[in-house]
Write a new protein. Structure first.
Length: 109
């Protein structure tokens, strides 16, 4: 039986969704890095996109750790701090991934 408040249950559900999404996007970023290396021609623009995707993958993975520890800790204030850190990491990683996508589209055209 769930004895948590509706607010804490909602936050837990949100963190679980973000955990799954962060792991998936980390894998997608690593796939993007692999695809850029497979193409073979190393231009400055592709290197920038490659670095942005690699950094995004790292940030997504750090986000998954922050979310995991936020879900596992019993200290409420520490959990809230980890949630904020996870939100910032996710936003930075997503921004880097979108920027890399724009760079890759610009390279193709």
């Amino acid at each position: 039986m769930n004895t948590g408040t509706p607010r804490s249950t909602w936050q837990r559900d949100e963190l679980l969704h973000l955990l799954s999404l962060s792991g998936t996007l980390a894998g997608l970023s690593i796939t993007g890095v692999t695809l850029l290396h497979t193409l073979g021609k190393a231009s400055v623009v592709q290197t920038i996109a490659d670095d942005a995707l690699a950094l995004s993958a790292l940030l997504f993975l750090l986000c998954t750790y922050a979310i995991y520890f936020a879900l596992r800790t019993q200290r409420g204030e520490f959990a809230r701090t980890l949630e904020k850190i996870a939100d910032v990491l996710f936003l930075l990683a997503l921004t880097g991934m979108v920027a890399a996508g724009f760079i890759m589209v610009h390279t193709v055209w």
